[in-house]
Design a protein around this ligand. Structure first.
Ligand code: UT7
Length: 339
């Protein structure tokens, strides 16, 4: 495939990300701290996951609080932006404070946004990119023009700290972006959208709530994250790279054209294999994994925020945002940064 091939747009829209913000709770849970809780050690965790520490919400801090902080950071970094005319709020989360009211409604109330729809998007680690895809669709249809999209999690509240194979992975955090309609004659920023789901494998990664089973698979009723780590690992290193290549092929572009790959951050070994199989080098991959752990729906906006703050992400660059995990689902979006 030629790297000069034109990039097709999956849907025509002038939607673009115009501002970003993020927040990490103050409390740090290091690998040394985990050694005191379960039978593990720093060397094992770093070698198997690349994670050194994660942030943990304070006892009185919930997912909505993390959203508020991330949005305040966005407002501070982009003082010219106003939330007054935001007309929709989407919050991607697997850890809402309450199932209803949805977290997005809490955000609407906190910032006094007068005329906005509000919905939570439950697609686990693919949630933030799924929410961006929905925002792009709402803008492309002409129904909405300015959408606040947030990915936020307090996974520490649903992590089983007696299970050493899962508690080493997860952390808390939030990231927020503004998605706005551009001028009618502006170049497209949203270039290609992609999604896949393997629901038949959903029982490998879940948190039980109302139903006792998924198909013939009965679920543990702990209310905590339950994971078959090896099965999820195998799925991620086979399905994710092949799907990314399928997506880039559909878009008429090549891995070498991607300026920044911003994937979900599950485990560095998974990202190593994805890099190897797709040909997108690790030095073009933005992650926060080492210091945040796996923050599910928050991991991509946290990495985006970091990429912009550090000056790595710049106008005109081609970004591949790619979420994958619980479902088991994948959501990808190819964007020209603020084109
Ligand atoms: O957003 C998507 C979320 N999920 C993921 O990304 C998870 C994907 N899976 C993984 O990241 C990996 O499967 C884990 C990091 C969870 C586990 O790594 P692994 O290399 O698949 O380990 P394993 O489950 O095959 O276990 C290997 C050994 C076992 O000991 P034995 O049976 O060989 O004696 C485990 O008991 O490592 C042991 N082990 C540990 N040892 C020290 C498992 N967890 C730990 C631990 N510390 N925390």
């Amino acid at each position: 495939m030629s790297s000069k091939a034109p990039i097709t747009t999956g849907y025509r829209t002038s939607a673009r990300i115009t501002a970003v913000g993020s927040y990490l709770p103050k409390r740090v849970l290091s690998n040394d701290d985990l050694e005191k809780i379960v039978d593990t050690n720093d060397e094992w965790i770093v070698q198997r996951t690349g994670i050194r520490e994660r942030r943990i919400a304070a006892d009185d801090e919930y997912t909505s609080d993390l959203c508020f902080h991330a949005v305040r950071d966005l407002i501070e970094r982009y003082p010219e932006k106003s939330l007054e005319d935001v007309d929709y709020i989407l919050v991607a989360t697997a850890t809402p404070d309450t199932f209803f009211p949805q977290t997005a409604a809490r955000v609407q109330a906190e910032f006094g946004i007068k005329a906005a729809g509000a919905a939570d998007v439950a697609a686990a680690c693919a949630g933030f990119v799924s929410a961006l895809q929905l925002a792009g669709g709402l803008i492309a249809s002409g129904l909405h023009r300015k959408i606040l999209v947030i990915g936020a999690e307090t996974l520490s509240r649903i992590t089983d700290y007696t299970d050493r194979t899962t508690c080493i992975l997860f952390g808390d955090g939030a990231g927020a972006v503004l998605v706005e309609a551009g001028a009618a004659d502006s170049k497209p920023s949203w270039l290609h959208s992609f999604a896949r789901t393997d629901g038949e494998d959903g029982h490998h990664l879940y948190r039980s709530s109302l139903s006792p089973s998924i198909g013939e698979h009965s679920l543990q009723q702990s209310g905590k994250i339950v994971q078959n780590g090896r099965a999820v690992f195998r799925w991620a290193i086979s399905r994710v790279p092949e799907s990314i290549l399928e997506m880039l092929n559909e878009a008429g572009t090549a891995p070498e054209d991607v300026d920044w790959f911003v994937p979900h951050n599950p485990n560095m070994r998974i990202l190593d294999v994805v890099s190897e199989k797709t040909g997108i080098p690790l030095d073009k991959t933005i992650t926060t994994l080492e210091h945040t752990g796996n923050t599910s729906a928050a991991s991509i906006p946290l990495a985006l925020s970091e990429g912009v703050r550090s000056g790595r992400i710049r106008e005109g660059q081609l970004l591949l945002l790619y979420g994958f995990g619980g479902g088991l689902s994948q959501s990808g979006l190819l964007i020209r940064w603020m084109a």
